[in-house]
Design a binder for this molecule. Structure first.
Ligand SMILES: [Zn+2]
Length: 440
């Protein structure tokens, strides 16, 4: 047994040297190598998973084919004080666009999401509707993390010398890993100014506050504050692939040869052996290549698939190592009829006078479609204005609502309070009170 463990360890270290020459676009190998060196429990858990996979391939494994698995997600937006929608404080709409795109990549169903290439992994992701305390939530938690040492200027670190301490950053806002996939949205990674270099990183299952997915704010989603080479959400799909036990397709490969596809490379037999691919048109290895795989380093426009073998690894990992996520109540609404203003988008900051059209985001926290509601708001504790909204919001969905013109007087302090009336079982009269929004 001891000999086998050593073999696994050495194999990982070889890839570390390969990737250590420069910071790659995904930091998962770096952080996992570091963990493997320091954490024997992580090492043994990973080795055990690999052993069970090999046994399972021979003796059969329960993959619950046809069952759609749903993983609750909480997105921690760790911004640096910007208003919602600016810089790293990405909008609700951007977060939601990421979940939509993520689900499309994991549910390849011909006719519904374009190309129809690759495996339908049968795993979906939902923004949490219930927080760890049992309260309603839209699954998006915003925190100004600029007080964490080095975070404001360098973002989160992955142990390469710059950036804030990873555990400190993640401990700032984290939900129980057994019930939620934690996704941390950060301003920078390793002082990269949100530009090139590491775009995200993730871990195989292990017992640590680090467990989860970290992504640059401008590599997450398909609308909003995004770079033109990371605006298709492929980074998220790639990192969630790691979270569910996938290696890079070029894992441990220094040449284009492989003798045992179950124990070498990415340990998946229907991904051709390869070294890092960066071009969509010129594969690094000859023969039948797969530059389309989400777990390679090619540009986002040619990535469009997981394979059936990767699907097996992910479902096996989910059932064996992350099964508690499937028992979570995170995406079970607290009640059938429940909605609220989840954020005030405008005005923000200082505002002392003028005529404005306030903007708020409403979220359906309930289990039924929301079709109508009444928003009440007032200025300076003045007369309450009512606005009737109607539409169709699915459970968990949000929408930006522009309220009618509000005239703000010449007083030096502007004050707005937003209340929301929401459908009750039969009478549409349940009242929800929001905290007052005070704009000094
Ligand atoms: Zn990666």
């Amino acid at each position: 047994m001891r000999k086998s463990v050593l073999i696994v360890t050495l194999a990982f270290l070889s890839s570390y040297v390969l990737l250590g020459q420069e910071l790659p676009e995904c930091g998962s190998t770096i952080v996992q190598e570091s963990e493997l060196e320091d954490n024997t429990l992580f090492q043994r858990r990973l080795f055990n998973l690999e052993s069970r996979l090999i046994v399972g391939r021979t003796n059969g494994m329960e993959l619950r084919d046809g069952e759609i698995c749903v993983i609750p997600v909480v997105v921690h937006v760790l911004h640096v004080g910007e208003n919602i929608g600016n810089g790293s404080n990405i909008s609700d709409a951007q977060v939601q666009s990421a979940l939509v795109a993520l689900n499309e990549d994991f549910r390849k169903i011909e006719g519904t999401n374009g190309d129809g290439n690759g495996a339908d992994v049968g795993i979906e992701f939902c923004l949490a509707l219930r927080d760890p305390d049992g309260n309603s939530t839209n699954g998006i938690i915003r925190s100004d993390a600029s007080s964490i040492p080095s975070y404001l200027d360098e973002g989160i670190g992955v142990g390469q010398g710059s950036g804030a301490d990873e555990v400190t950053v993640k401990s700032f806002s984290v939900w129980p890993k057994d019930d939620y996939l934690n996704i941390w949205i950060v301003n920078e990674i390793e002082d990269n100014d949100g530009g090139s270099g590491i775009q995200g990183f993730a871990y195989f299952p292990f017992n640590s506050v680090k467990d989860g997915v970290t992504l640059l704010h401008n590599s997450f989603g398909t609308i909003g504050n995004l770079k033109n080479y990371t605006d298709m959400n492929r980074t998220t799909s790639h990192e969630v692939g790691h979270f569910l036990g996938l290696y890079h397709t070029f894992q441990n490969s220094t040449d284009c040869d492989e003798t045992n596809c179950e124990t070498q490379g990415d340990r998946v037999c229907d991904t051709p052996v390869t070294v890092i691919n960066s071009s969509c048109s010129s594969p690094a290895c000859s023969g039948t290549q797969q530059i389309e795989n989400y777990m390679d380093y090619t540009g986002q426009t040619c990535k469009n698939m997981f394979t059936e073998g990767q699907k097996v690894r992910m479902r096996f990992t989910l059932f064996e190592e992350r099964g508690s996520l499937l028992e979570s109540l995170g995406c079970v609404p607290v009640s059938e009829n429940d909605a609220s203003v989840s954020s005030v988008n405008y005005p923000t900051g200082s505002l002392c006078s003028g005529n404005i059209f306030p903007e708020v985001t409403i979220t359906n926290y309930g289990g039924q479609d929301l079709t109508s509601l009444e928003i009440q708001h007032s200025v300076d504790n003045g007369a309450i204005e009512s606005f009737d909204w109607s539409g169709n919001l699915a459970p968990g969905a949000s929408e930006l609502v522009t309220l009618p013109l509000v005239s703000v007087g010449a007083e030096p302090i502007y004050f707005m309070q937003t209340r929301l009336l929401q459908m009750e079982e039969l009478t549409n009269t349940q009242v929800m009170m929001l905290p007052s929004q005070d704009f000094l």
